[in-house]
Design a protein around this ligand. Structure first.
Ligand code: C5P
Length: 471
C-alpha cells in the first residue's frame, strides 16, 4: 500500500501533466464548511499552478452527480469531502481521470484504488486528526510548497468539522501540524480564552446566551438571564454606541464573568462547566478586528451558513481570498442563517408531537419545516442540549424527489456502542438508500415508501435488538 506521501507525489505528477497538456479540471465539493474550504484550497492551488479549473458544489454524492461529471466537457475531476463508497462507479464513468480527497470512512476495497486519497488509508483518523480541508491542504502543498499559506483555511475546515477534540479544544495529529504551519507563517494566533460563540461579532448578551456548549440550565438560549448576569457583574455592555463583543473583554472582566457563571450554575457541575468554557481559540490576525472572519470558529459558522442556505459560491470566494462585495454577502448570510435556526428550534420546542423520546434515542420529525440542508445543523444543536444528554439524536426531514433525509448524532455523554456511520450505511443499504459518515455523526437518505421499515430498523438497532452489520 503506497504511503500518503507517495500518493501525494502521484497526485502532483498526474495534475501537473494535465495542466501542461492544457486539460480542463473540475472540482466537485460538498456544501458544508469542510467542503467549501477543501474545494477552495485545491481550486486556488490549481489556479496558481496555471490550471483551467471550475468548482461546483453538491449536497451529496450520487449516481446522478457522477453521470453529470461523465457528460461534462471537463477532462479531469477532483472530488473533495465526498465520494466515499463511489470509487467503482467513478472508475466506470471516468476511467482514471479523477481523484477523491477525503476523510470519511471508506469500504476496504477502496483502499486499493490509487485515485482515492483518503486519510483512513494511511492510518490517519479522519474523524479526529484531519478533515477534507487538511487533505486538500497537503495535496495543494504537493503541487507547490508555497501553498502553505493556505494553512489558515485548513484550520477553519477542521473547526467546522469539530475536530478540536484534544485537551481544551486543541487539535490532534495532522491537524496539529497544520496549526503549527499556519502559526509559523504568521497567519494564526492560538490563545487560551473564554469560549463564547461569536467572539468578534456578537454583543456580549447574545454571545453568552447562544453559547450552548456547555449548556447552562436557565442561561443558555435565555437572553434575559444573560443580560441580568452581565448587569449584576457590573460589566459594560457598550463602548460608546457600539455593543462590546467577547474579544473586547479584559482579563479582569473575563474572571468576573467566570465567577458569575459559576454562581449561576451552582446546582450544575460548575467545575465541568468551567472546563468546557475555557479553551483554545484560533484567531487570524490579518483579518479586521470585529470581522466574522477573524475568529476561526466564526469563520467556520459563516461557511456552514453559506452552504446550508444555498450560497456556497460566496463561501468559496471568501476562502479563496475575496474580501470585497463577498464580505457583506457573508455577513447577511450569517444573520439569515441564525434567524432560521432560531425559528426551527422554536417550532421543535412548541410542536411536541414531532419528538419521540426513549431511553437511548430521541427521534425528531422535521418534515415540512426543516430543509434538508439544515438537518446537520439542527441535529448537532439537539445533541448539545443536556435534555438529550447520553442519547442518540436522529432527525429526519423531506429531501428532493420523494426522499427522506436522516441526520444522526451522539449527544454529550452518549456511551452507546452503536457506530452511527455503520448504522446509517448498512441500514440505508437494506432499504435501497445511501448512508454513511462518522461514528458520532452520520446521515442517510431513503425513498419515502421505505420510511416505516427504516424507522423500525433504527429503533431496533439503537435499542440493541438488531445485529448491526459493521462493514
Ligand atoms: O448530513 P449530516 O450532517 O447528518 O451528516 C453527518 C456526517 O455524515 C457528515 O460528515 C456527512 O458528510 C456524512 N454523510 C455521509 N454519507 C451520507 C450522509 C452523510 O458520509 N450519505
Amino acid at each position: 500500500m503506497p504511503s500518503f506521501d507517495q500518493h501525494l507525489t502521484n497526485f502532483n505528477n498526474t495534475i501537473s501533466d494535465h495542466i501542461k497538456s492544457n486539460k480542463d479540471i473540475c472540482v466537485v465539493t460538498h456544501i458544508d464548511c469542510d467542503g467549501l474550504t477543501s474545494g477552495a484550497i485545491i481550486t486556488k492551488a490549481l489556479i496558481r499552478a496555471g490550471a483551467k479549473v471550475t468548482v461546483r458544489t453538491t449536497k451529496e454524492m450520487s449516481q446522478a452527480v457522477i453521470r453529470n461529471m461523465q457528460s461534462d466537457s471537463r477532462d479531469f475531476h477532483i472530488v473533495t469531502d465526498l465520494g466515499g463508497g463511489f470509487a467503482k462507479q467513478m472508475d466506470e464513468a471516468l476511467g482514471q481521470n479523477w481523484f477523491i480527497l477525503d476523510h470519511h470512512e471508506i469500504p476496504q476495497e477502496e483502499h486499493d484504488n490509487n485515485c482515492v486519497i483518503n486519510a483512513w488509508k494511511y492510518g490517519i483518523n479522519g474523524g479526529t486528526e484531519i478533515c477534507a480541508g487538511g487533505m486538500a491542504f497537503f495535496a495543494a502543498k504537493a503541487l507547490d510548497k508555497r501553498n502553505s499559506d493556505l494553512a489558515p483555511i485548513a484550520v477553519v475546515s477542521a473547526l467546522g468539522d469539530r475536530q478540536d477534540q484534544g485537551e481544551k479544544k486543541s487539535f490532534l495529529g495532522k491537524n496539529l501540524e497544520i496549526v503549527e504551519e499556519a502559526k509559523n507563517i504568521g497567519g494564526l494566533q492560538v490563545d487560551m480564552d473564554l469560549l463564547l460563540v461569536g467572539r468578534e461579532t456578537r454583543p456580549l448578551i447574545d454571545a453568552l446566551a447562544f453559547t450552548s456548549q456547555p449548556f447552562i440550565e436557565g442561561l443558555t438560549w435565555n437572553r434575559d438571564a444573560s443580560l441580568a448576569l452581565f448587569k449584576s457583574s457590573g460589566i459594560e455592555l457598550k463602548d460608546g454606541g457600539r455593543w462590546r463583543t467577547p474579544s473586547d473583554l479584559t482579563e479582569d472582566e473575563k474572571r468576573t464573568i467566570i465567577e458569575s457563571i459559576t454562581k449561576f450554575a451552582s446546582s450544575q457541575n460548575a467545575s465541568q462547566i468551567m472546563e468546557e468554557l475555557i479553551g483554545h481559540t484560533y484567531t487570524f490576525p490579518a483579518e479586521e478586528r470585529r470581522s466574522f472572519l477573524r475568529d476561526a470558529r466564526e469563520f467556520s459558522t459563516m461557511l456552514n451558513s453559506c452552504g446550508r442556505i444555498g450560497r456556497s459560491g460566496v463561501g468559496i470566494a471568501i476562502c479563496m481570498g475575496d474580501r470585497n462585495k463577498m464580505l457583506q454577502e457573508g455577513e447577511n448570510i450569517l444573520l439569515e442563517y441564525r434567524k432560521l435556526i432560531r425559528d426551527y428550534m422554536n417550532i421543535l420546542t412548541n410542536e411536541r408531537w414531532r419528538i419521540s423520546d426513549t431511553a437511548k434515542c430521541v427521534m425528531v420529525n422535521g418534515e415540512g419545516i426543516i430543509p434538508e440542508t439544515m438537518t446537520g445543523t439542527i441535529s448537532s444543536l439537539l445533541a448539545g442540549s443536556p435534555k438529550n444528554a447520553g442519547k442518540i439524536i436522529i432527525l429526519r426531514t423531506n429531501g428532493e424527489e420523494n426522499t427522506i433525509k436522516f441526520s444522526s448524532r451522539k449527544s454529550i455523554g452518549c456511551k452507546t456502542e452503536v457506530n452511527l456511520s455503520a448504522l446509517m450505511k448498512s441500514g440505508a443499504e437494506k432499504f435501497n438508500g445511501i448512508g454513511g459518515g462518522h461514528d458520532a455523526a452520520a446521515g442517510a437518505k431513503i425513498t419515502k415508501d421505505k420510511l416505516d421499515g427504516f424507522l423500525d430498523y433504527l429503533e431496533d438497532s439503537v435499542n440493541g435488538n438488531h445485529n448491526q452489520n459493521n462493514n
